[in-house]
Design a protein around this ligand. Sequence first.
Ligand code: SF4
Ligand code: SF4
Length: 213
Amino acid sequence: MIVTTQKPLDEVLDFISPYTNILIAGCDGCTQPPRGLREAKTLSQLLELGGKLRNKTFVFKTTTVAKQCDNCLAASILKPQIDGVEAVLSLACGIGVQTLAEIFPELPVFPTQNTHFMGAEEREAAILEVRCDGCGDCLLAVTGGICPVARCSKGLLNGACGGSKEGKCELDPERDCAWNLIYERLKKVGKLELLKEFRPPRDYQLSGWRVTT
Ligand code: SF4
Ligand code: SF4
């Protein structure tokens, strides 16, 4: 899932202050926590109140899309609702916001979220942890299914750095050392020899490439 947090209300109010008729578009896709229709309506109510404090009246329409990152789907749902709209607020991750900006090149499209990372749920602790940075050259086959790019504080491809203490990262004692996890996992599956393989530096050009799906 993609982890987002709500931007401060004042920041969003600043975005929309020049406009009156605003479409707030939720996304039912992979953002966590959910950012769908219910959250769009809640945000519209909060912004209405915030607007009153600034002597400004907004007119909001609220809607949602199954996946804002699907250009065709988002266009088919949102285009019929865009009449009279002066600006769009997106509750999606940064990808959804950019998709809407492409669909509506003539309209300002603003994010309501800060997008942090792609994470997985640690159910026991009810927290979300970063698990993938979208590096474009997945190493999980040789690192025991544990991502060093996203989970090692230094993003080391040839760890460990030597600073780990009792299985925790030297930069954050709350965090497991990714390379310690990789070692333990490779040991368990009888693949410790993989640690002897040198992994060359990342090719940063692979991150963020356009790909054919
Ligand atoms: S190695 Fe790259 S693609 Fe694979 S999980 Fe880590 S960041 Fe994501
Ligand atoms: S202690 Fe482990 S997780 Fe932390 S920077 Fe070093 S190798 Fe990476």
